[in-house]
Design a protein around this ligand. Structure first.
Ligand code: GTP
Length: 320
């Protein structure tokens, strides 16, 4: 079986981090975002097809240097074709039932169960669905039993047809390709509404689900993983520091500071005396000076917070 990962978006909401790293390769604890998806695939998936475009060279380098135990095929779009266009662009690789993912989803979804749901229900595709208290910012799905009967994009307050949103993980039959026109096409807006009568089903699941597209949701995904047993500390100097878990600390240098909860500090990162860091990511070589407060921040590789600074909700990259 093949799994297709849509990994060609520009990740504009995570700038400036995505000026130097494509979103699928941004680190979530111990590995790049996209590897969380690949490592969760059922054994029956032997080939991963990545639909790439933005910064494709870095993605090629990553998969050349890291064996992920499956055949990996990268298919480039000269210009991003949208989520639907990207699927059509890899059609030569899709000849049977396939899994399809937005490349920035972190979830507890049981993919084997999703596949067996799809096989039981038949139809052209199955969409995983996640329940949210306020669906205003999402693609909303209307259901009759397990059958999808309607779609609504980003409904105005009080007008949502349900509280179930498209969770960005799908199972499709190759016939879906017959319904994607050439060019730039949105799967959600232009293809799904057209194939309703071909049998689209909705698979609801529980646990956790985060789309890591924004700084806030990136940090939420990190917190979910830490709360679900992915915390770790290794090769980290912590002299005189107070550590409040869960955190992921790997090769960091912490000195006389307070760290956590929900901090990821990667190799070469450092926090100096008298500083407090909570719910943040310190990527390789990022540094926090003395007497700082850092909350809800993403510090890219080599980014720094100067002595005495307080930062909250910021995305910082290294100054060039
Ligand atoms: P923003 O610019 O911040 O909206 O991020 P994005 O470009 O990643 O868009 P979005 O979060 O809506 O995309 C959801 C998923 O689809 C991500 O995994 C993207 O990489 C992927 N994606 C979006 N547009 C394209 C595209 O044109 N081509 C390909 N191959 N993938 C895409």
């Amino acid at each position: 079986m093949k799994a297709l990962i849509l990994a060609g978006g520009m990740g504009t909401r995570l700038r400036p981090l995505t000026f130097s790293t494509p979103k699928p390769l941004l680190p979530l604890l111990d590995r790049p975002m996209v590897m969380h998806i690949i490592d969760s695939l059922p054994d029956e998936v032997d080939t991963v097809v990545l639909a790439v475009s933005y910064m494709k060279d870095l993605l090629e380098d990553h998969f050349r240097d890291h064996d992920c135990g499956r055949r990996v095929v990268l298919v480039n779009e000269e210009e991003p074709l949208g989520t639907g266009g990207a699927i059509r662009n890899v059609r030569q690789h899709l000849d049977d039932t396939f899994l399809c993912f937005n490349g920035d989803i972190v979830s507890s979804l049981d993919l084997r169960d999703l596949l067996s749901f799809h096989r039981r229900h038949g139809g052209i595709g199955t969409l995983s669905l996640w329940r949210v208290p306020d669906p205003a910012a999402f693609g909303v799905v209307g259901l009759d039993g397990d059958q999808i009967i309607d779609f609504q994009e980003k409904p105005a307050p009080g007008t949502a047809i349900s509280d179930l949103i498209n969770a960005g993980v799908y199972v499709f039959q190759p016939e879906l390709l017959d319904h994607i026109p050439p060019g730039v096409v949105s799967l959600e807006r232009q293809v799904f509404p057209k194939v309703l009568e071909k049998g689209l089903h909705g698979y609801r699941f529980h646990g956790y689900w985060v789309d890591c597209g924004t700084p806030e949701s990136y940090l939420r995904a990190q917190s979910e993983l830490l709360e679900h047993g992915r915390s770790s500390t290794r090769a980290t100097r912590m002299e005189g520091s107070k550590v409040i878990g869960p955190n992921y600390l790997d090769g960091a240098n912490l000195s006389g500071c307070v760290i956590g909860p929900h901090v990821c500090a990667l190799p070469g990162s450092s926090v100096s005396e008298g500083s407090l860091v909570e719910r943040s990511v310190l990527m390789q070589g990022a540094s926090v000076g003395k007497g700082c407060v850092v909350r809800d921040c993403l510090l890219g590789p080599g980014a720094s917070v100067g002595d005495g600074e307080s930062v909250q909700g910021r995305v910082l990259a290294e100054l060039q």
